[in-house]
Design a protein around this ligand. Sequence first.
Ligand code: E4P
Length: 217
Amino acid sequence: MKFFVDTADIDAIRELHELGMVDGVTTNPSLIAKSGRDIKEVTKEICDMVSGPVSSETVALDSETMIAEGRELAKIADNIVIKVPLTWDGLKACKVLTGEGRMVNVTLCFSANQAILAAKAGATFVSPFIGRLDDLNLDGMDLIADIREIYDNYDFETQILAASIRSANHMSEAAKIGADVATAPPDVIKKMVAHPLTDKGLEGFLKDWAKTGQKIL
Ligand code: E4P
């Protein structure tokens, strides 16, 4: 499973990138607003650092403007993925933009039917939102499993990009189901390392080591 980082925070991306943890980046209008930066400026900086796909989202509601915005965003760098919403206009924009050879991420996917339409429209990625479904007492992970099954049934090439990830557990669950990609905030990726038995084990080893009076360096 590929790891995308869901943020427009340059320093946070850099820290994970130096560890080889960043296969790509996803942003959205809320994340750009949170960064307080100009969308083109910050996205260019991300693309200069990360060679994998970097999603940048359109904000128009009609397909014509969405396509124009997508073309404009695609000028930022070759690794830009144009993100469009899973609406009828978004699907139209997806069809046109992928037809031009551009990568498209169809976002805000909340049902298997929506994911089928995204694949039919030629999406490079579809982004089912796990956390926001969980917030409604639904199981976001069930949606990932349904889409995996359907895409495998018909050899759809659209990659499942598990999004709205809120916990380290979401990461391993998405990987078990076979999501192609998971995009998570940096703090969630960092939490994946945590285990109390690791901390306890390390504490025990260091205590015993101190008794030896030895040094490695
Ligand atoms: C995905 O591309 C979105 O940017 C993101 O995962 C949304 O997550 P949220 O539901 O935590 O805002």
